[in-house]
Structure formats: C-alpha cells, structure tokens
Design a protein around this ligand. Structure first.
Ligand SMILES: [Mn+2]
Length: 300
C-alpha cells in the first residue's frame, strides 16, 4: 500500500477525486508543530507521524505527494524501518520512507514534540532527531529535482538526462520548489522566481505533464488552476520580465488550456493584479502561491 498524505481543502470533492483514482482515503486529525508559526507552511506537517498508527499494516512505503514514481518500487517492502535516501551528509530525506507502524513508536514521536526543535522546521528535521540510525538506499529512489549552486554544467546535464530518460532510469522523482501542476504546462514556473531558479527544469516539468496526460480526462479535471493562482503566476512572470532574466521563459506564450478554464465564481483574475504586491502579507495570507521558503526548507 502506498499511503498518500495530502491536505484536502474541499473534502468531499477531493476525496472523490482520490477515490476514483484508486486511493483508500483515511481522514486523520492533524498534528500541530508547536514550534511553527500560525498559518505557516509547516504548521501541520507533523501529521505525518500518524503513519505509525496504520497498525493494520506491517510495513508502509510512505511517499510525499510531490513525488512521481517512474519504476516499480515494490522491493522496498523488504527493507526495515527506517529506510530512506540521504539528504545531506548524515540526514535522510523524509519524502520516501519505509516505516513499520507501531503505537509505541507513535507515542515516542509525540512525547518529544515540545522539546525537539527540527533543524528545518519540518517533519524531516524532527524524524532525523528520533531515528538517528537509518538504512540508506540509493538516491535514485528519491531523486531531488534540484540543481545545486555549485553543480558543474556536466552535473546539470547528467541530472537533466536522468529527468528525461525513457525508459526511466530513476525510480522516484521528487519535485522540489513550485510543483508542475501549479505552473502552466508550457514551462517550469520556477524559472520566474529568483530564489526558486535552482529548482527549474523543463525536462522534469514535461515529464510530469506526460504522466498527467495519460490520466483519464475525469481525473485531469482535478488539476485546474484557481483564479488567484493564475494571477500569482502572471505577477511572477512580470517580475521576471522586469528583471530581464536571461533564460527568457517569461517571454513565452501560454498555450495551456487551463489558463482559460475557470471553475470559481470569480474569474476575472487580471483585476487581482491591479493591487498585487502592494501588501505582501496579503498575497501570502490568502494563499495565492505556496510560500517560497529557502532551498533547504523546501527540500521535503
Ligand atoms: Mn516533497
């Protein structure tokens, strides 16, 4: 079983979507990170600890909602708790984890919630404090879509080859930064934001859309864009234009049909731009686009 951790905003609607895609949905009580700020992106990500309460399963392969599985990973069920890929030096990335549900472990996790400070503010930092011994599997099992600042051109080219390889070489691709379904399909919108440019890869972006296109049309309808998000994307594009980013993605025409499809009451998103950016907290509070934490923080 591959449980899927997701925040359902419109419960009935999204639940239906997940169920028609074949997921067994379980509604859980969220767990608040007591050290997180109110309404921050990481306020509720300790909810992941509830994985250990799935005691009707002996073993669980946990996969973050922003990963694309490209090859069969069933053999991971033979690995013990806790198995993961390395993030940096001695720490593991919590995007893919093999865990063994146990109420005792769940209790242990909950017991220290007020003392332990997570190095990155997220569940990853916390779990790394609890599970100091872990089993390392190759990076191909949770390959980060990220180019480090120091990456040589050769390394970048190699990563890009891996993102696009067909048949796939990578087992699992982890979409860091802005998610492909929150961009127009024309290009990776990480290009248009200075602090996110290390996450930009049109090849990885296209890969996600290829999988999307194979989904039944009915399921694709869950991937539409809200008016507020369209406005946010256009605002970022204009910022990139002002800064005259040399990659020139901001010049491209948007052909994605989702630009013209509106499912909300308010469809005139262009008017949202009239006062956009005047009050910065306004844009983040109303959740136009996911916050843009530093590269390290968004790596989970
Ligand atoms: Mn992730």
């Amino acid at each position: 079983m591959l449980p899927y951790c997701i925040r359902l905003v419109n419960i009935d609607h999204h639940r239906k979507g997940l169920e028609s895609a074949g997921w067994k949905v379980r509604i859980i009580q969220r767990i608040r990170n007591p050290k997180a700020e109110r309404d921050a992106y990481n306020e509720w990500n300790y909810s992941k600890f509830r994985l250990w309460q799935l005691t009707d399963y002996d073993k669980v392969i946990f996969i973050d909602a922003d990963l694309l599985i490209l090859r069969n990973i069933d053999f991971l069920f033979t690995m013990p708790e806790i198995t993961a890929t390395g993030n940096n030096a001695t720490l593991f990335n919590s995007g893919v984890m093999i865990i063994e549900p146990s109420n005792c472990t769940f209790q242990l996790l909950m017991e220290h919630i007020n003392e332990i400070t997570s190095y990155n503010g997220g569940d990853q930092g916390y779990l790394n404090e609890i599970f100091t011994w872990w089993h390392r599997i190759p990076k191909h099992m949770n390959f980060l879509k990220h180019f480090w600042e120091g990456d040589e051109e050769e390394v970048k080219a190699k990563k890009t080859r891996l993102f696009g390889a067909n048949p796939p070489i990578l087992y699992v691709l982890h979409y860091l930064g802005r998610k492909p379904w929150l961009c127009f399909r024309d290009y990776d919108c990480n290009w248009n934001v200075e602090v996110l440019r290390g996450f930009a890869s049109d090849v990885a972006h296209t890969r996600w859309w290829k999988v999307h296109n194979k989904m039944p049309k009915k399921l694709q309808s869950y991937c539409l864009l809200r008016s507020r998000l369209k406005a946010g994307l256009e605002w970022e594009r204009r910022q990139a234009e002002k800064a005259n980013f040399t990659d020139g993605h901001w010049r491209r025409n948007i052909t994605d049909p989702r630009l013209k499809i509106c499912y909300e009451k308010f469809c005139f998103w262009e008017s949202m731009l009239w006062h956009w950016g005047e009050n910065k907290t306004n844009a983040t509070k109303q959740n136009a686009l996911p916050a843009t934490p530093s590269a390290g923080k968004s790596s989970s």
